[in-house]
Design a protein around this ligand. Structure first.
Ligand SMILES: *Cc1c(COP(=O)(O)O)cnc(C)c1O
Length: 408
């Protein structure tokens, strides 16, 4: 899954270019930087690689979401519909701009269920934010249809699905705006970093200013820039961008390794009729960072997780239902609105309601789901071995359970 697994000479070379001049900032210092512009180069590479018109780098995926939401004009009182299964950053960003996260159920694609989205629409809804979780995609056509019908913004959180696509277009480039994260465990990494992608020049200009204190970047120097609006500092540094530049050049290789490893492992697990796999709206577009699979019941799934642990092969397998970071069930700090400062009244009321809300449809999917992270470093022999061990652990649990049932 993560680009850090194949880190090396290429990254060091790019970083050394920056260290040689000592200009670690992405703007200004035109003379001393000796024409080294890693952030600009990486933005150009992103536009070229993913086929979007504009890319604005940021300090993280979280700040990319915050920037995109702000540039899209989403703020106090606005409701943003997002899935119950995502990384905490998605709702953090929504709260940080003063808006209200409205969580909707997922389906077996592990992403927003379009019917659940429809049920959440109110007069305050401004945006639908699908999250392309675990390397694969939300079914965007029905979501686009909903956005058109209700005049809503579509913002894609593609932080986990770099290089994935939907019907021939790269994830993150299909909505009004989309974001990637380049944090340390993402498909390509800058150590910390993110990007907002869009085809809309106005949005891009806003994102560019917003991430740099509102600077319009038109002055003869930074002191001469005007500030058409208030921004913050969500800039990426040249050192981080340098790492990202080396990584994006390897992305096609990463994706092809992931796909091969995924196919091999999936073939092995497919031998077990009780194992089913995540629905993938466009299988050709799966970035294959994870293989997500289901068992028929929660109790079988828990037993398999326990057996994988027992056999020391749980590492790299994620049971999100019990995980504190990725699923609504364990987001007590969100449900209890535990913040360091005051939220606005609309946000408080919405989070209070969230405490009472049932996510039984999501629960019945997440409590049966295990995601296996696909490593870039596995050899075919290792995959064979890993697959066999997983199969034997699953079969053992299934046999024990059927023996138990037979004994009644
Ligand atoms: C990683 C991630 C983010 C945030 O990225 P950071 O760079 O870690 O801030 C946002 N959304 C999702 C779905 C993610 O997986």
């Amino acid at each position: 899954m993560p680009g850090f697994e194949l880190f090396g000479e290429e990254e060091r070379k790019e970083v050394n270019d920056v260290l040689a001049t000592g200009i670690l900032m992405r703007y200004g210092f035109d003379g001393p930087r000796k024409n080294i512009w890693k952030s600009k180069e990486l933005e150009e590479a992103i536009c070229k690689q993913f086929g979007c018109r504009y890319a604005q780098l940021t300090s993280s995926g979280t700040s990319a979401l915050t920037t995109a939401l702000s540039a899209l004009g989403i703020g106090a009182g606005d409701e943003v519909i997002m899935p119950s299964f995502t990384f905490v950053a998605s709702f953090e960003a929504v709260l940080s701009v003063g808006a209200i996260p409205v969580l909707a159920d997922i389906d077996e694609s592990l992403t927003l269920n379009p019917d659940a989205v429809r049920k959440e629409i109110t007069s305050k809804t401004k945006c639908v934010m699908p999250v392309h979780m675990c390397g694969s995609m939300a079914d965007l056509d029905p979501l686009i249809q909903i956005c058109k019908e209700h005049n809503l913004i579509l913002l894609e959180d593609a932080c986990q699905s770099i290089g994935g696509s939907y019907k021939g277009k790269f994830l993150g480039t299909i909505g009004h705006a989309g974001t990637f994260s380049f944090d340390f465990v993402k498909t390509i990494t800058c150590a910390e970093g993110g990007v907002v992608m869009t085809n809309d020049h106005d949005l891009y200009t806003k994102a560019d200013g917003f991430t740099d204190h509102g600077h319009d970047h038109k002055g003869a120097d930074r002191g001469a820039d005007l500030h058409p609006f208030i921004g913050y500092n969500y800039r990426i540094s040249e050192l981080h961008a340098a790492v990202g530049l080396a990584q994006i050049r390897k992305l096609d290789k990463f994706l092809s390794i992931q796909k091969n490893n995924y196919d091999q492992l999936k073939n092995i697990l497919s031998q077990i009729p009780e194992v089913s796999f995540r629905q993938i709206p466009d299988p050709a577009g799966d970035s294959c960072t994870f293989m997500s699979w289901f068992l028929p019941t929660e109790s079988l799934t828990r037993s398999v997780v326990a057996e994988l642990k027992e056999q020391n092969i749980l590492a790299g397998n994620f049971y999100w239902f019990d995980n504190n970071w990725h699923y609504i069930r364990k987001w007590d700090h969100l449900k209890q609105a535990t913040t360091l400062n005051n939220l606005n009244e609309g946000q408080k009321a919405a989070l209070e309601k969230l405490q009472q809300k049932s996510f039984s449809a999501s629960d019945s999917i997440m409590n049966r789901c295990i995601s296996t992270a696909i490593s870039l470093l596995w050899t075919p022999q290792q995959i064979e071995e890993k697959g066999k061990k997983m199969v034997s652990a699953i079969k053992k649990v299934l046999q024990q359970t059927s023996a138990l049932q037979a004994s009644f």
